[in-house]
Design a protein around this ligand. Structure first.
Ligand SMILES: [Zn+2]
Length: 197
């Protein structure tokens, strides 16, 4: 996906520039509002087409999609598109905020898991979900997000592969070195997407 085009789409649909605080206490200048994004069917389809193209190109075999609750609608769209593409039905699991995975679910195949989230902000969510899959003796073949906020990589997240429709260039900074903090710029909003899992 073209970076500038993708960013302008995000900014028009729930992305904001401002002064935000991440759950780790760092400062961020970009924030995605999941609730707004989840209501935009065409937007979800656009990102899902991009992810399906990547999966097809890389010949990644996905058997189950695991996502946090904030990405439920996004994952429903991706599941449908992937099933249409491959003709095979996929397992699908939402991880509740309590973060418990039911390893015994017979309908789910943990050997080829795709973790889906709207954004990779601090990498905490994806890392946490990957650990849950591993706890079920599963394996994450891919994590896919609309937007990779900083410079997270598959190896920094300890997973096989990470795909972002848009690679961001906004690094979180420590509040001690944040120029916006130094200037006394108030936080616009408390980000919620990285604390939901
Ligand atoms: Zn700051």
């Amino acid at each position: 996906m073209d970076h500038d085009e993708g960013m302008s789409v995000l900014l028009a649909n729930g992305g904001f520039f401002g002064h935000f605080r991440t759950p780790t206490g760092k400062c961020s200048t970009f924030y995605l509002d999941d609730e707004v994004l989840q209501d935009k069917q065409e937007l979800l389809e656009m990102f899902c087409r991009d992810i399906v193209a990547y999966i097809t190109k890389q010949r990644i075999k996905v058997k189950t999609i695991v996502c946090p609750q904030n990405a439920i609608r996004f994952s429903i769209v991706l599941k449908r598109m992937l099933e249409n593409k491959t003709g095979e039905s996929l397992g699908h699991l939402y991880v509740p905020p309590t973060g418990i995975l039911d390893c015994a679910k017979p309908s789910l195949e943990y050997s080829n898991v795709l973790i889906l989230d709207t954004a990779c902000m601090t990498g905490q969510n994806i890392g946490r979900l990957a650990n849950l899959v591993t706890d079920c003796n599963g394996y994450v073949v891919l994590a896919a997000v609309m937007f990779n906020h900083g410079r997270e990589t598959a190896s920094s997240l300890l997973i096989e592969d990470l795909y972002a429709c848009i690679e961001g260039c906004f690094e979180d900074v420590d509040s001690k070195t944040c120029r916006l903090c130094a200037d006394g710029v108030p936080w616009d909003k408390v980000p919620q997407i990285a604390v939901s899992v």
